[in-house]
Write a protein that binds this ligand. Sequence first.
Ligand code: PLP
Length: 418
Amino acid sequence: MSFAYRDGVYCAEGLSLEVVAQRYGTPCYVYSRAAIESAYREFEQAFAVADPHRRALICYSVKANSNLAVLSLLARLGAGFDIVSGGELARVRAAGGDLRKVVFSGVGKTEAEIVQALEAGILCLNLESGEELERTDAIARRLGLRAAVAFRVNPDVDAKTLPYISTGLKQNKFGVSYAEAERLYRDAAARPNIEVAGVGCHIGSQLTDPAPLADAARRIVALAERLERHGIALRHVDLGGGFGIRYNHESPPSIGIFIATLCGALGARRETLIVDPGRAIVGNAGVLLTRIEYVKRGEARNFAVVDAAMNDLLRPALYQAWHEVVAVRPAGVAIDSYDVVGPVCETADFLGKERKLSIVSGGLLAIRSAGAYGMAMSSNYNSRPRCPEVVVSGARAELVRPREHVEELYSQESIPAW
Ligand SMILES: *Cc1c(COP(=O)(O)O)cnc(C)c1O
Protein backbone atom coordinates (compact mmCIF):
# COMPACT_ATOMS: atom_id res chain seq x y z
CA MET A 1 0.00 0.00 0.00
CA SER A 2 1.40 3.38 -0.99
CA PHE A 3 -0.69 5.23 1.59
CA ALA A 4 -1.28 3.40 4.86
CA TYR A 5 -1.00 3.62 8.64
CA ARG A 6 2.32 2.58 10.10
CA ASP A 7 2.69 2.59 13.88
CA GLY A 8 -0.47 4.66 14.16
CA VAL A 9 0.60 7.38 11.70
CA TYR A 10 -0.63 7.73 8.15
CA CYS A 11 2.31 7.43 5.74
CA ALA A 12 3.14 7.94 2.09
CA GLU A 13 5.24 4.87 1.29
CA GLY A 14 7.96 4.87 3.96
CA LEU A 15 7.50 8.46 5.09
CA SER A 16 5.18 9.73 7.79
CA LEU A 17 2.89 12.52 6.61
CA GLU A 18 3.71 14.32 9.86
CA VAL A 19 7.28 14.62 8.61
CA VAL A 20 6.08 15.83 5.22
CA ALA A 21 3.90 18.49 6.89
CA GLN A 22 6.80 19.58 9.09
CA ARG A 23 9.13 19.90 6.14
CA TYR A 24 6.87 21.47 3.53
CA GLY A 25 3.96 22.93 5.48
CA THR A 26 0.26 22.53 4.75
CA PRO A 27 -1.78 22.37 2.66
CA CYS A 28 0.34 20.19 0.43
CA TYR A 29 -0.19 17.61 -2.29
CA VAL A 30 1.77 14.40 -1.71
CA TYR A 31 2.22 11.82 -4.47
CA SER A 32 3.59 8.29 -4.24
CA ARG A 33 6.03 7.40 -6.98
CA ALA A 34 5.44 3.67 -6.43
CA ALA A 35 1.68 4.11 -6.82
CA ILE A 36 2.03 5.96 -10.13
CA GLU A 37 4.48 3.41 -11.47
CA SER A 38 2.46 0.43 -10.38
CA ALA A 39 -0.73 1.82 -11.94
CA TYR A 40 1.07 2.30 -15.25
CA ARG A 41 2.52 -1.20 -15.04
CA GLU A 42 -0.94 -2.57 -14.34
CA PHE A 43 -2.01 -1.29 -17.78
CA GLU A 44 1.08 -2.80 -19.43
CA GLN A 45 0.48 -6.08 -17.68
CA ALA A 46 -3.21 -6.04 -18.64
CA PHE A 47 -2.30 -5.75 -22.33
CA ALA A 48 0.32 -8.49 -22.00
CA VAL A 49 -2.27 -10.83 -20.50
CA ALA A 50 -5.34 -9.93 -22.60
CA ASP A 51 -3.78 -9.61 -26.02
CA PRO A 52 -0.02 -10.24 -26.03
CA HIS A 53 0.37 -9.81 -29.79
CA ARG A 54 -1.46 -6.54 -30.11
CA ARG A 55 0.55 -3.36 -30.39
CA ALA A 56 -0.65 -1.06 -27.64
CA LEU A 57 0.14 2.44 -26.49
CA ILE A 58 -0.76 3.85 -23.09
CA CYS A 59 -1.10 7.60 -23.47
CA TYR A 60 -1.33 9.17 -20.02
CA SER A 61 -3.93 11.92 -20.03
CA VAL A 62 -1.89 14.93 -18.96
CA LYS A 63 -4.80 17.02 -17.74
CA ALA A 64 -5.33 14.75 -14.73
CA ASN A 65 -2.02 15.79 -13.18
CA SER A 66 0.49 17.68 -15.27
CA ASN A 67 3.38 18.18 -12.85
CA LEU A 68 6.66 17.64 -14.73
CA ALA A 69 7.78 15.11 -12.12
CA VAL A 70 4.71 12.96 -12.84
CA LEU A 71 5.13 13.29 -16.61
CA SER A 72 8.82 12.45 -16.38
CA LEU A 73 8.18 9.32 -14.30
CA LEU A 74 5.73 8.10 -16.91
CA ALA A 75 7.94 9.10 -19.85
CA ARG A 76 10.72 6.96 -18.39
CA LEU A 77 8.33 4.01 -18.22
CA GLY A 78 7.67 4.45 -21.95
CA ALA A 79 4.27 6.12 -21.74
CA GLY A 80 2.75 8.19 -24.50
CA PHE A 81 0.66 11.25 -23.65
CA ASP A 82 -2.86 12.44 -24.37
CA ILE A 83 -2.92 16.23 -24.41
CA VAL A 84 -5.64 18.84 -24.78
CA SER A 85 -3.66 22.05 -25.27
CA GLY A 86 -0.43 23.55 -26.54
CA GLY A 87 0.48 24.16 -22.91
CA GLU A 88 0.33 20.44 -22.22
CA LEU A 89 2.48 19.76 -25.28
CA ALA A 90 5.09 22.14 -23.87
CA ARG A 91 4.96 20.30 -20.55
CA VAL A 92 5.44 16.89 -22.19
CA ARG A 93 8.44 18.27 -24.06
CA ALA A 94 9.89 19.84 -20.90
CA ALA A 95 9.47 16.54 -19.05
CA GLY A 96 11.37 14.63 -21.71
CA GLY A 97 8.34 12.81 -23.12
CA ASP A 98 8.48 11.21 -26.56
CA LEU A 99 6.52 13.59 -28.82
CA ARG A 100 6.00 10.83 -31.38
CA LYS A 101 3.76 9.16 -28.79
CA VAL A 102 1.51 12.19 -28.26
CA VAL A 103 -2.15 12.32 -29.25
CA PHE A 104 -3.84 15.71 -29.20
CA SER A 105 -7.53 15.79 -28.26
CA GLY A 106 -9.80 18.74 -27.69
CA VAL A 107 -12.76 20.44 -29.26
CA GLY A 108 -11.21 23.86 -29.87
CA LYS A 109 -7.59 23.63 -31.00
CA THR A 110 -6.31 27.00 -32.15
CA GLU A 111 -4.28 27.64 -35.28
CA ALA A 112 -1.17 28.15 -33.14
CA GLU A 113 -1.73 24.87 -31.30
CA ILE A 114 -2.10 22.92 -34.54
CA VAL A 115 1.11 24.48 -35.91
CA GLN A 116 2.92 23.64 -32.68
CA ALA A 117 1.68 20.03 -32.78
CA LEU A 118 2.56 19.46 -36.44
CA GLU A 119 6.02 20.98 -36.03
CA ALA A 120 6.59 18.75 -33.01
CA GLY A 121 5.77 15.67 -35.11
CA ILE A 122 3.17 14.22 -32.74
CA LEU A 123 1.55 10.86 -33.40
CA CYS A 124 -1.94 12.11 -34.13
CA LEU A 125 -4.33 15.03 -33.98
CA ASN A 126 -7.78 13.92 -32.91
CA LEU A 127 -10.07 16.14 -34.98
CA GLU A 128 -13.54 17.03 -33.80
CA SER A 129 -15.16 18.72 -36.81
CA GLY A 130 -15.05 19.25 -40.55
CA GLU A 131 -13.84 22.80 -39.97
CA GLU A 132 -10.95 21.54 -37.92
CA LEU A 133 -10.03 19.20 -40.79
CA GLU A 134 -10.04 22.19 -43.18
CA ARG A 135 -7.86 24.21 -40.83
CA THR A 136 -5.42 21.36 -40.22
CA ASP A 137 -5.17 20.65 -43.95
CA ALA A 138 -4.44 24.31 -44.73
CA ILE A 139 -1.74 24.51 -42.05
CA ALA A 140 -0.12 21.24 -43.17
CA ARG A 141 -0.04 22.50 -46.77
CA ARG A 142 1.56 25.75 -45.68
CA LEU A 143 4.16 23.90 -43.60
CA GLY A 144 4.77 21.43 -46.42
CA LEU A 145 4.02 18.32 -44.40
CA ARG A 146 1.38 15.67 -43.89
CA ALA A 147 -0.74 15.85 -40.78
CA ALA A 148 -1.56 12.50 -39.14
CA VAL A 149 -5.16 12.67 -37.98
CA ALA A 150 -8.00 10.71 -36.45
CA PHE A 151 -11.54 11.79 -35.83
CA ARG A 152 -12.91 11.63 -32.37
CA VAL A 153 -16.18 9.90 -33.05
CA ASN A 154 -19.08 10.14 -30.71
CA PRO A 155 -20.45 6.60 -30.40
CA ASP A 156 -23.61 7.87 -28.68
CA VAL A 157 -23.54 5.48 -25.77
CA ASP A 158 -24.48 6.42 -22.24
CA ALA A 159 -21.48 6.08 -19.97
CA LYS A 160 -23.76 6.05 -16.88
CA THR A 161 -21.39 8.31 -15.07
CA LEU A 162 -21.80 11.75 -13.48
CA PRO A 163 -23.63 14.09 -15.88
CA TYR A 164 -20.69 16.52 -15.82
CA ILE A 165 -18.18 13.97 -16.96
CA SER A 166 -20.11 11.99 -19.51
CA THR A 167 -18.96 12.96 -22.98
CA GLY A 168 -20.19 10.22 -25.30
CA LEU A 169 -23.80 11.28 -25.89
CA LYS A 170 -25.32 12.98 -28.93
CA GLN A 171 -26.16 16.21 -27.14
CA ASN A 172 -22.60 16.66 -26.06
CA LYS A 173 -20.07 19.11 -27.53
CA PHE A 174 -17.33 16.52 -28.03
CA GLY A 175 -16.49 14.61 -31.18
CA VAL A 176 -18.14 14.20 -34.57
CA SER A 177 -21.38 12.29 -34.85
CA TYR A 178 -21.27 8.65 -35.75
CA ALA A 179 -23.44 9.27 -38.81
CA GLU A 180 -21.14 12.00 -40.09
CA ALA A 181 -17.87 10.14 -39.50
CA GLU A 182 -17.71 8.16 -42.73
CA ARG A 183 -18.11 11.25 -44.92
CA LEU A 184 -15.42 13.09 -42.95
CA TYR A 185 -13.01 10.19 -43.34
CA ARG A 186 -13.54 10.10 -47.10
CA ASP A 187 -12.96 13.83 -47.25
CA ALA A 188 -9.78 13.51 -45.17
CA ALA A 189 -8.44 10.58 -47.19
CA ALA A 190 -8.71 12.61 -50.39
CA ARG A 191 -6.45 15.40 -49.12
CA PRO A 192 -2.75 15.04 -49.98
CA ASN A 193 -1.57 16.84 -46.84
CA ILE A 194 -3.69 14.70 -44.53
CA GLU A 195 -2.76 11.21 -43.46
CA VAL A 196 -5.59 9.23 -41.93
CA ALA A 197 -3.96 7.52 -38.94
CA GLY A 198 -6.77 6.27 -36.76
CA VAL A 199 -10.05 6.74 -35.01
CA GLY A 200 -10.73 7.86 -31.48
CA CYS A 201 -13.45 7.99 -28.90
CA HIS A 202 -13.75 8.84 -25.22
CA ILE A 203 -17.14 8.39 -23.65
CA GLY A 204 -16.68 9.82 -20.18
CA SER A 205 -14.83 9.67 -16.92
CA GLN A 206 -14.97 7.57 -13.79
CA LEU A 207 -16.65 4.64 -15.57
CA THR A 208 -17.38 1.88 -13.11
CA ASP A 209 -18.94 -0.53 -15.57
CA PRO A 210 -17.13 -1.90 -18.64
CA ALA A 211 -20.38 -2.42 -20.61
CA PRO A 212 -20.68 1.09 -22.11
CA LEU A 213 -17.00 0.98 -23.04
CA ALA A 214 -17.56 -2.33 -24.79
CA ASP A 215 -20.56 -0.86 -26.65
CA ALA A 216 -18.53 2.14 -27.73
CA ALA A 217 -15.62 -0.04 -28.81
CA ARG A 218 -17.90 -2.26 -30.90
CA ARG A 219 -19.39 0.78 -32.64
CA ILE A 220 -15.95 2.15 -33.39
CA VAL A 221 -14.79 -1.22 -34.70
CA ALA A 222 -17.85 -1.39 -36.98
CA LEU A 223 -16.87 2.02 -38.33
CA ALA A 224 -13.27 0.88 -38.90
CA GLU A 225 -14.58 -2.11 -40.86
CA ARG A 226 -16.74 0.10 -43.05
CA LEU A 227 -13.85 2.48 -43.68
CA GLU A 228 -11.66 -0.43 -44.67
CA ARG A 229 -14.22 -1.48 -47.26
CA HIS A 230 -13.89 2.02 -48.71
CA GLY A 231 -10.13 1.58 -48.90
CA ILE A 232 -9.36 3.65 -45.78
CA ALA A 233 -7.05 1.67 -43.53
CA LEU A 234 -6.40 2.79 -39.96
CA ARG A 235 -3.22 2.26 -38.01
CA HIS A 236 -4.73 2.74 -34.58
CA VAL A 237 -7.93 2.76 -32.62
CA ASP A 238 -7.93 5.06 -29.58
CA LEU A 239 -10.62 3.97 -27.15
CA GLY A 240 -10.08 6.73 -24.63
CA GLY A 241 -9.72 6.83 -20.89
CA GLY A 242 -12.28 7.15 -18.17
CA PHE A 243 -11.40 3.98 -16.28
CA GLY A 244 -12.96 4.47 -12.88
CA ILE A 245 -11.17 4.24 -9.56
CA ARG A 246 -12.30 3.60 -6.04
CA TYR A 247 -13.02 6.76 -4.06
CA ASN A 248 -15.59 5.35 -1.66
CA HIS A 249 -17.81 2.33 -2.10
CA GLU A 250 -17.54 2.15 -5.87
CA SER A 251 -16.33 -1.18 -7.12
CA PRO A 252 -14.86 -0.46 -10.52
CA PRO A 253 -13.62 -3.43 -12.51
CA SER A 254 -9.88 -3.97 -12.47
CA ILE A 255 -7.69 -2.44 -15.16
CA GLY A 256 -7.25 -6.02 -16.39
CA ILE A 257 -10.98 -6.35 -17.00
CA PHE A 258 -11.28 -2.96 -18.69
CA ILE A 259 -8.40 -3.74 -21.05
CA ALA A 260 -9.58 -7.28 -21.75
CA THR A 261 -12.98 -5.80 -22.65
CA LEU A 262 -11.45 -3.38 -25.14
CA CYS A 263 -9.15 -6.00 -26.65
CA GLY A 264 -12.11 -8.34 -26.93
CA ALA A 265 -14.10 -5.74 -28.86
CA LEU A 266 -11.20 -5.27 -31.29
CA GLY A 267 -11.05 -9.01 -31.82
CA ALA A 268 -8.96 -10.01 -34.80
CA ARG A 269 -8.47 -6.47 -36.10
CA ARG A 270 -4.81 -5.55 -36.35
CA GLU A 271 -4.81 -1.88 -35.39
CA THR A 272 -2.69 -0.61 -32.52
CA LEU A 273 -4.88 -0.08 -29.48
CA ILE A 274 -4.38 3.24 -27.74
CA VAL A 275 -5.88 4.03 -24.34
CA ASP A 276 -5.59 7.35 -22.54
CA PRO A 277 -6.10 6.88 -18.82
CA GLY A 278 -5.65 9.83 -16.49
CA ARG A 279 -7.43 9.24 -13.21
CA ALA A 280 -6.65 5.50 -13.18
CA ILE A 281 -2.92 6.25 -13.19
CA VAL A 282 -2.67 9.08 -10.67
CA GLY A 283 -6.00 9.34 -8.81
CA ASN A 284 -5.13 7.06 -5.92
CA ALA A 285 -1.46 8.02 -6.03
CA GLY A 286 -1.94 11.32 -4.21
CA VAL A 287 -3.35 12.88 -1.06
CA LEU A 288 -3.99 16.45 -0.07
CA LEU A 289 -2.44 16.99 3.33
CA THR A 290 -4.10 19.64 5.45
CA ARG A 291 -4.03 20.93 9.03
CA ILE A 292 -7.07 21.49 11.22
CA GLU A 293 -7.18 25.17 12.16
CA TYR A 294 -10.32 25.03 14.27
CA VAL A 295 -12.75 22.49 15.53
CA LYS A 296 -16.09 24.22 15.67
CA ARG A 297 -19.01 22.58 17.41
CA GLY A 298 -22.36 23.74 16.10
CA GLU A 299 -25.92 23.01 17.11
CA ALA A 300 -26.67 20.98 14.03
CA ARG A 301 -23.17 20.04 12.91
CA ASN A 302 -19.56 19.97 13.89
CA PHE A 303 -17.00 21.48 11.60
CA ALA A 304 -13.33 20.80 11.13
CA VAL A 305 -12.07 24.02 9.56
CA VAL A 306 -8.90 23.14 7.69
CA ASP A 307 -6.24 25.11 5.84
CA ALA A 308 -7.02 23.49 2.46
CA ALA A 309 -10.01 24.71 0.48
CA MET A 310 -12.00 24.41 -2.72
CA ASN A 311 -9.30 26.37 -4.56
CA ASP A 312 -6.88 23.53 -3.74
CA LEU A 313 -9.30 20.65 -4.39
CA LEU A 314 -12.36 21.64 -6.39
CA ARG A 315 -13.94 18.24 -6.97
CA PRO A 316 -16.22 18.14 -3.91
CA ALA A 317 -17.59 21.63 -4.66
CA LEU A 318 -17.85 21.10 -8.41
CA TYR A 319 -19.12 17.52 -8.63
CA GLN A 320 -20.16 16.73 -5.05
CA ALA A 321 -17.31 14.25 -5.32
CA TRP A 322 -16.54 12.09 -2.31
CA HIS A 323 -12.95 11.88 -1.05
CA GLU A 324 -12.03 9.78 1.95
CA VAL A 325 -10.72 11.86 4.84
CA VAL A 326 -8.40 10.27 7.40
CA ALA A 327 -6.71 11.64 10.49
CA VAL A 328 -2.95 11.36 10.00
CA ARG A 329 -2.66 10.49 13.72
CA PRO A 330 -6.07 9.82 15.26
CA ALA A 331 -6.20 12.06 18.33
CA GLY A 332 -7.46 9.45 20.75
CA VAL A 333 -10.53 11.53 21.63
CA ALA A 334 -14.08 10.32 21.02
CA ILE A 335 -14.98 9.82 17.38
CA ASP A 336 -17.48 12.42 16.24
CA SER A 337 -19.04 13.47 12.96
CA TYR A 338 -17.56 16.51 11.20
CA ASP A 339 -18.00 18.48 8.03
CA VAL A 340 -14.49 19.16 6.81
CA VAL A 341 -14.55 22.68 5.39
CA GLY A 342 -12.10 25.25 4.10
CA PRO A 343 -11.86 28.97 4.81
CA VAL A 344 -13.15 30.15 1.40
CA CYS A 345 -16.27 32.32 1.44
CA GLU A 346 -18.56 29.89 -0.36
CA THR A 347 -20.98 27.39 1.10
CA ALA A 348 -19.66 24.98 -1.52
CA ASP A 349 -16.26 25.10 0.13
CA PHE A 350 -16.17 21.69 1.73
CA LEU A 351 -13.88 18.70 1.36
CA GLY A 352 -16.03 16.13 3.10
CA LYS A 353 -19.34 15.99 4.93
CA GLU A 354 -20.36 14.00 8.01
CA ARG A 355 -17.06 12.24 8.45
CA LYS A 356 -16.41 10.19 11.54
CA LEU A 357 -13.08 11.33 12.91
CA SER A 358 -11.10 11.40 16.14
CA ILE A 359 -9.54 14.84 15.90
CA VAL A 360 -8.46 17.94 17.77
CA SER A 361 -7.45 21.29 16.31
CA GLY A 362 -3.85 21.40 15.17
CA GLY A 363 -4.00 17.82 13.90
CA LEU A 364 -3.44 16.74 10.31
CA LEU A 365 -5.90 15.23 7.86
CA ALA A 366 -5.19 13.49 4.58
CA ILE A 367 -7.78 13.90 1.83
CA ARG A 368 -7.34 10.73 -0.17
CA SER A 369 -7.57 9.95 -3.91
CA ALA A 370 -6.52 13.50 -4.72
CA GLY A 371 -3.83 12.72 -7.29
CA ALA A 372 -6.07 13.33 -10.31
CA TYR A 373 -7.89 16.61 -11.06
CA GLY A 374 -6.64 18.01 -7.74
CA MET A 375 -3.70 20.34 -8.26
CA ALA A 376 -4.57 20.42 -11.97
CA MET A 377 -7.89 22.15 -11.24
CA SER A 378 -6.61 24.35 -8.43
CA SER A 379 -6.89 28.12 -8.55
CA ASN A 380 -5.95 31.24 -6.64
CA TYR A 381 -9.52 32.02 -5.63
CA ASN A 382 -9.61 34.18 -2.50
CA SER A 383 -5.98 35.14 -3.27
CA ARG A 384 -4.78 31.86 -1.88
CA PRO A 385 -1.33 30.84 -3.09
CA ARG A 386 -1.33 27.40 -4.66
CA CYS A 387 0.04 24.73 -2.38
CA PRO A 388 3.27 22.78 -2.96
CA GLU A 389 3.56 19.32 -4.51
CA VAL A 390 5.82 16.64 -3.10
CA VAL A 391 6.73 13.23 -4.53
CA VAL A 392 7.61 10.48 -2.06
CA SER A 393 9.68 7.45 -3.02
CA GLY A 394 10.38 5.03 -0.20
CA ALA A 395 11.57 7.19 2.69
CA ARG A 396 12.64 10.05 0.40
CA ALA A 397 10.63 13.12 -0.45
CA GLU A 398 11.22 15.71 -3.11
CA LEU A 399 9.53 19.07 -3.47
CA VAL A 400 8.46 19.16 -7.13
CA ARG A 401 6.62 22.48 -6.97
CA PRO A 402 7.09 25.02 -4.21
CA ARG A 403 4.31 26.84 -2.43
CA GLU A 404 3.40 30.03 -4.26
CA HIS A 405 4.08 33.36 -2.58
CA VAL A 406 1.26 35.85 -2.27
CA GLU A 407 3.33 38.49 -4.13
CA GLU A 408 3.51 36.22 -7.18
CA LEU A 409 -0.26 36.30 -7.41
CA TYR A 410 -0.36 39.99 -8.28
CA SER A 411 3.15 40.66 -9.53
CA GLN A 412 1.91 40.82 -13.16
CA GLU A 413 -0.96 43.15 -12.35
CA SER A 414 -0.80 46.93 -12.69
CA ILE A 415 -2.77 49.99 -11.73
CA PRO A 416 -3.70 52.33 -14.63
CA ALA A 417 -2.37 55.89 -14.28
CA TRP A 418 -5.89 57.26 -14.73
C1 PLP B 1 -9.83 13.63 -19.97
C2 PLP B 1 -9.60 12.66 -21.05
C3 PLP B 1 -9.07 11.42 -20.75
C4 PLP B 1 -8.76 10.95 -19.35
O1 PLP B 1 -9.88 10.74 -18.58
P1 PLP B 1 -9.76 9.96 -17.19
O2 PLP B 1 -11.14 9.89 -16.72
O3 PLP B 1 -8.89 10.79 -16.30
O4 PLP B 1 -9.14 8.64 -17.47
C5 PLP B 1 -8.82 10.57 -21.80
N1 PLP B 1 -9.08 10.91 -23.08
C6 PLP B 1 -9.59 12.12 -23.41
C7 PLP B 1 -9.85 12.44 -24.82
C8 PLP B 1 -9.86 13.02 -22.40
O5 PLP B 1 -10.39 14.21 -22.72
